[in-house]
Design a protein around this ligand. Structure first.
Ligand code: S3P
Length: 430
């Protein structure tokens, strides 16, 4: 059943919050914890639907994973060759990270498996992983010649690969690195701009031989991975909704504690500061090989800017909420080089254009981005999430500063990445 939420304008957001754990790091902690020898304890695991898809997948391959109080997981690692053939199809739900990373991992297992997902995931491009994995010798079948899930895999021997990826994608890079754990020789992935490097960091943290270099990364096969304690930082992509909300809602002052600020993810901080946002990074520190800080945000007058190039992969999941910030900035904001937004959970260029326009914003879609003329007041109304968690939460942020209440349809998708989003928003609004 489709749920709706009505968000009224806020007089200001005030207080301290902690956002749930990082989605990308939570996925990887299950994967590497399962492939390691011994116990891995994960603190601050994100109990979102996407991560539960990964959790269920590894349980279905014989991995014992205990769910302990306080967002802690205890994973009984089975070693590189310890996974068992799943008895049924693996359902990745809405999660692109689950299906693409697991395609790489399963390509190297000595068994048969099938990966599928919900109606959104089954429309997303899979050739970007199937094609390079096939070059390594993987046997993978899918609809439309391997472009669409369900994907069927007969795992087996793999050769190393030197791959020049045409896109900056951490999912492609990570799929190849995971396959590379099982290959005959080293595997190298080059990319046009550096995408998020959580896989590289966590692989090294678990003891794999991984060599990052300018423009790429190389992995050596058959490491002895050792179970570890992983402290998952708060997800900067979840914090981003509160950063923009506090900047655009007059009278706001919000401290977001324990946010991951990995430089391959922190593009949103650079973008909002370049727009003139009063956003400070406090007490930077490191947890389990990942940089973390607290972020203090106060309402600010924003200006439109141009965004493109290397900044795009560093903020790839934040463009829905950046487009909301742009509506409240003086002048024009241009987003370029962001064609990838068309193949996310939904076409985010089309979805944000249509929903912001319904509230009276001036947004022009482009093939690889959008142009937004800010400074015009938004009105209340009714919008939809298009089944995409980040569109739902971005529209909730827009609603805080619209002239009247905004009803957002189809909001249950926020459970994908941020199950307590609505409660957290309520807890700091005035
Ligand atoms: C992710 C990588 C990104 C991002 C997604 C999570 C990951 O996708 O959009 O939400 O965990 O590796 P791409 O690698 O396809 O850009």
């Amino acid at each position: 059943m489709s749920q709706s939420k009505t968000v009224s304008p806020a007089a200001g957001l005030k207080g301290e919050i902690t956002v749930p754990g990082d989605k990308s790091i939570s996925h990887r902690s299950i994967m590497l914890g399962s492939l390691a020898e011994g116990i891995t304890v994960v603190h601050g695991f994100l109990h979102g639907e996407d991560n539960h898809a990964t959790l269920n997948a590894f349980r279905s391959m014989g991995v014992e994973i205990e769910n302990l109080p306080g967002d802690v997981l205890k994973i009984h690692g089975r070693g590189l060759d310890g996974l068992q053939e799943p008895a049924d199809v693996i359902d990745c739900g809405n999660s692109g990270t689950t299906i693409r990373l697991m395609t790489g991992l399963l390509a190297g297992q000595q068994f048969f498996s099938v990966l599928t997902g919900d109606r959104y995931l089954r429309k997303r491009p899979m050739r970007r992983v199937v094609e390079p994995l096939s070059r390594m010798g993987a046997r993978i079948w899918g609809r439309q010649g391997g472009q669409l899930a369900p994907l069927a895999l007969q795992g087996g021997e793999l050769a190393g690969l030197d791959y020049d990826s045409p896109i900056a994608s951490a999912q492609v890079k990570s799929a190849l690195l995971l396959a590379g754990l099982y290959a005959e020789g080293p595997t190298t992935v080059k990319e046009p701009h550096l995408s998020r490097d959580h896989s590289e960091r966590m692989l090294s943290y678990f003891g794999a031989k991984v060599e990052p270099f300018a423009g790429g990364v190389r992995i050596f096969p058959r490491p002895a991975l050792k179970g570890r304690e992983v402290h998952v930082p708060g997800d900067i992509s979840s914090a981003a909704f509160f950063m923009v909300a506090a900047l655009v809602t007059p009278g706001s002052d919000v401290l977001i504690r324990n946010v991951g600020i990995n430089p391959t993810r922190s593009g949103i901080i650079d973008i909002l500061q370049a727009m003139g946002g009063d956003l400070r990074v406090l007490d930077p520190r490191e947890h389990s090989g990942e940089p973390v800080a607290d972020i203090h945000v106060r309402s600010s007058d924003l200006q439109g800017i141009d965004i493109g190039g290397e900044l795009v992969p560093r903020a790839i999941d934040e463009f829905p909420v950046v487009s909301v910030a742009a509506c409240f900035a003086q002048g024009q904001t241009v987003i370029r080089d962001a064609r990838e937004l068309r193949v996310k959970e939904t076409d985010r260029i089309a979805a944000m254009t249509s929903e912001l326009t319904r509230l009276g914003a001036s947004v022009e879609p482009r093939e690889d981005g959008m142009v937004i003329i800010g400074g015009q007041p938004l009105q209340g109304g009714r919008v939809t999430s298009h089944g995409d968690h980040r569109i739902a939460m971005s529209m909730a942020v827009a609603a805080l500063v619209a002239a009247g209440p905004v009803t957002i349809d189809d909001v249950q998708c926020t459970a994908t990445s941020f199950p307590n989003f609505w409660e957290l928003l309520e807890s700091i609004r005035h």
